[in-house]
Write a protein that binds this ligand. Sequence first.
Ligand code: KIV
Length: 272
Amino acid sequence: MRVKTTTQTLRRLKGVRPIVAVTAYDTPTARLADAAGVDLILVGDSVGNVMLGFDSTVPVNLDMMVHHTSAVARANTRAMVAADVPFAEAHFDFERVLASCQRLIQVGGAAAVKVEATSAQAPMIARLVEAGIPVWGHVGLKPQQLHTLGKYRKFGRTADEAESVLADALALEAAGCFALLLELTDAAVAARITARVAVPTVGIGAGPDVDGQILVCADLLGLNTGYVPGFARAFAEVGDVMARGFAAYTEAVRQRTFPGSPPAAPPAEPTS
Ligand code: KIV
């Protein structure tokens, strides 16, 4: 029987081994990531810039998140699936935020939600947790703040900002978040947070001293046709493989070699 990864599994991994997390937005990608053994799949609002042609996560709305979350949930992964609460949604009144989380979980099939938040939202998050919504708190760079920030940048480089990111992390842990995502957070600050909190931290551009890492699937697969952050690494060149596949198909149709039998493979070279 397949044992599902849960928030409790992730908590138990802290200090034992790094948590492996990736984003996915569709069924086949979620299946492939799961087969590789990842622990946690995030249906990120990065679907906006990675898959939907927007230039940020800001235009992504709840309907889009539910649509992509259900596609990932249908992969029926062993990995836990979490979904982002999209732009501004977590700032409505509690009933609306609860209803949005309920949709992501009941209709989308997510096991948890991720909320970009500061300590100011800790009371609201505590109420969500009380209602049975597992919340993954997201601190450091919060890409949904792009229009306020002007650009994406590292957080926690000044002493004041380091204290403020630490305070956010501690408040979200106290509110009951089962894990914290530290995005573009100064590595020393991420290490401090990781040492202070009992819940696992998952970093992206936050250095090595965190409890797990997450990357956007298109970045790690070499599939991103837009901006790729400097901290990301391509572990495969799927974009090149796809480009070659499309070119071979185009050529085969134009040359009328498709439909029909594929060209015979060249005879194998003698081995000795
Ligand atoms: O939406 C997203 O992809 C994220 C990343 C920080 C993992 O939140």
